[in-house]
Write a new protein. Sequence first.
Length: 277
Amino acid sequence: MTNTSPDQACADAAALIAQADGLVITAGAGMGIDSGLPDFRGDQGFWRAYPALGTHGLRFTEIANPRAFRERPELAWGFYGHRLQLYRRTVPHAGFGLLNKIAARLPGGAFVFTSNVDGQFQRSGMAHERVVECHGSIEKLQCLGDCGEPTWSAQAFVPVVDEEQCLLTCPLPRCPRCGDIARPNILMFGDRLWDSVYADQQEHRLKVWLARQRQAVIIEIGAGTWIPSVRVFGESQQRPLIRVNPGESAVGLPRDIGIALGALDGISRIAAALDAL
Ligand SMILES: [Zn+2]
């Protein structure tokens, strides 16, 4: 649909969801911005969030990289440790709760497919077994040396970070089997050793659930084209798609709906339109 006002598009989206039996929520980095989480797109935006990494001239792709954990573990863990603490204390914005409410109206409920590693959907009350984290989770750890130890929970690890230097000042987390450095169970750049076992299991669950939904609708929120995993997944499902994105809302098919709004605004207006039906 083109040239549709956001209000009309939200009303169309609500009508589509009202007829659905299940909702697939696909989400990228734009989902977290309204909770106050930083967006790492572009070197300047990244270095504003992490000035110490700018001082080292390190780009996001160079620190979000298994090599960084081998070569400068305190710095790599300074970055990820800070994020871990940030995500733990972040309260998911109201849009998460609204999505949970919308899901509760549908017979099949909702399933989440997200590239975000921040665990915000689970924190908002979405059941763990209904969330696919296609790039992994910051709340899980794996062995940097790939010794065969399965991933384990990061819950016991409370990082202490010198934010000015972006350096971990407490002991590095270690693999319980071999003692090598532990790294987040997150798919990084140039990462051939990411342990995808858990993500694969979750994706299998999603496929089984989706096969039972006759009229599932996909709502894609804040998923850009820079790292397109979320878009590619949603577009490959051959189900009607609602795209909520302030800058890249264009959709490919006439049945799909593009809404040029941020996450919280878009979700709120769709929820209000559903209530008005
Ligand atoms: Zn190990």
